[in-house]
Design a protein around this ligand. Structure first.
Ligand SMILES: CC(C)(COP(=O)(O)OP(=O)(O)OC[C@H]1O[C@@H](n2cnc3c(N)ncnc32)[C@H](O)[C@@H]1OP(=O)(O)O)[C@@H](O)C(=O)NCCC(=O)NCCS
Length: 137
């Protein structure tokens, strides 16, 4: 398995989202999202793209999005490797005296995957719930 940095394309992005039956997005917005990502990872088996993830953020707050592993390749440690690469990246970006926060929204039932990687469910004793508002047209 080959883990490539910052070479994600809209074609691969669409193909992988389709493989896990996520809704389609317009190409123009996908291109913009990829361009504005801090860091993308694309995983290949030979020439075949089998996984991806994107890290977005501003240098203090980071958000992990679009972590997808093709169902034929799931449960082989690929998702774990993708998320660990993002954690390593943020760790290196965090300077002494500062604090970074890596945030994400787990799909229902996938919380265990992220808990194994050190993420904590919220709400907890320190935080209220994560919240979001979607706008669909
Ligand atoms: C979630 C996802 C990225 C995990 O990727 P993966 O490569 O299969 O995960 P790994 O092999 O690294 O799994 C490591 C551990 O996480 C846990 N895990 C993995 N998939 C899980 C799932 N679907 N539900 C609950 N726990 C899961 C397991 O404990 C697993 O260890 P095990 O295989 O020894 O039991 C993958 O299932 C996927 O792409 N799903 C569809 C898209 C999606 O939901 N993405 C996440 C968005 S929040």
């Amino acid at each position: 398995m080959r883990y490539e940095k910052n070479i994600l394309t809209s074609e691969i992005y669409c193909e992988l989202r389709k493989s896990v039956e996520w809704f389609e997005l317009p190409k123009i917005k996908i291109d913009e999202a990829i361009k504005n990502s801090i860091y993308t990872i694309t995983v290949f088996d030979g020439d075949n793209p089998v996984g991806m993830g994107r890290l977005i953020g501003d240098g203090i707050y980071f958000v992990i999005v679009d972590v997808v592993v093709n169902p034929e390749y799931q449960r082989k440690g690929i998702g774990t490797q993708i998320v660990n690469m993002f954690i390593d990246y943020v760790d290196k970006e965090t300077i002494t005296g500062s604090r970074s926060s890596i945030q994400l929204i787990a799909e229902k039932g996938k919380e265990g995957f992220y808990e194994k990687l050190g993420f904590k469910k919220i709400p907890n004793e320190f935080c209220g719930s994560g919240m979001r508002k979607g706008i669909r047209k």
